[in-house]
Ligand binder design. Structure first.
Ligand SMILES: Cc1cc2nc3c(=O)[nH]c(=O)nc-3n(C[C@H](O)[C@H](O)[C@H](O)COP(=O)(O)O)c2cc1C
Length: 241
């Protein structure tokens, strides 16, 4: 690249901000509004522009659509139903990966709880309504009806830094989806079924599941999609040194 090719101005900065601010975790998609392979390819190409430490690009993406998507959904939903009948099965389906802290502390546990109750509130699910909670959890394993499911893995040998790189890739991917009018929901829920997902998608034993993601067009009439999450103020997490 020559100096004259270095771009210092973003022509449409409002669009960049709009893509960021219009992204939310979409939990109801239009199942029959198709997403083309060309769109998925373009989103992945844009995502691949993400930064990664020493340009290691640790991401590996598996795309599920049509019959293969549906087959995984059925298998995992059956397993999910089985775990609610016998919780000892949980260990059989998930990999122990330390995704969440072993011990939750404030303020994170409080935000986590608020998020759960906020979501249940939008869905009209009250305390103790275990069947409804189970059904909502299972919506994850249907990719919230999105026609496209994505699975993200990386090689086990990679370190903690690669997960930082991965976060950048995922966020860029979600913003690229917005640029094409699509919505997403990143999904750690799939990690609970990693032992089913990994062989299904053909991932090697040298790979770990990072997370899944639903991709498609938002169902704008679904109440769950009206739920928006709050953010802490800049002052609360910033110290001017
Ligand atoms: C890596 C990751 C995994 C997530 N896993 C799930 C999930 O399994 N199911 C779900 O409904 N939301 C999931 N979320 C969505 C978060 O709950 C959501 O990002 C957070 O509450 C902020 O809301 P927003 O994305 O709408 O801004 C996940 C988000 C991230 C970044």
């Amino acid at each position: 690249m020559t100096m004259s090719q270095v771009k210092t101005v973003v022509q449409d900065s409002a669009s960049v901000v709009s893509a960021i601010e219009s992204r939310f975790s979409c939990r109801a998609f239009l199942p029959d509004k198709p997403v083309t392979r060309q769109q998925i390819d373009e989103i992945l190409r844009i995502a691949s522009c993400s930064a990664s430490s020493t340009n290691t690009q640790p991401w590996k993406v598996y795309v599920l659509q049509g019959d293969r998507r549906d087959a995984l959904v059925e298998e995992v939903c059956a397993a999910h139903d089985a775990t609610s009948a016998d919780s000892s099965l949980t260990a059989e389906y998930g990999e122990v990966d330390g995704y969440y802290p072993a011990q939750w502390v404030s303020p994170y546990i409080d935000r986590r709880r608020d998020n759960g109750w906020g979501l249940y509130g939008a869905l009209g699910i009250g305390k103790g309504e275990k069947d409804k909670m189970h059904a909502q959890a299972q919506r994850n394993y249907r990719f919230f009806d999105a026609p496209v499911g994505l699975m993200f893995t990386m090689e086990r040998v990679m370190g903690r830094g690669s997960l930082i790189d991965y976060g950048m890739f995922l966020q860029t991917l979600m913003l690229a989806a917005r640029a094409l009018g699509l919505h997403t929901c990143p999904q750690a829920a799939w990690n609970n079924c990693a032992k089913i997902v990994m062989p299904f998608i053909g991932a090697g034993s040298n790979e770990i599941l990072v997370c899944g993601m639903a991709l498609g067009y938002a169902d704008e009439s679904a109440p769950v999609n009206t739920y928006r999450t709050p953010r802490e103020t800049v002052e609360s997490f910033t110290r001017w040194v």
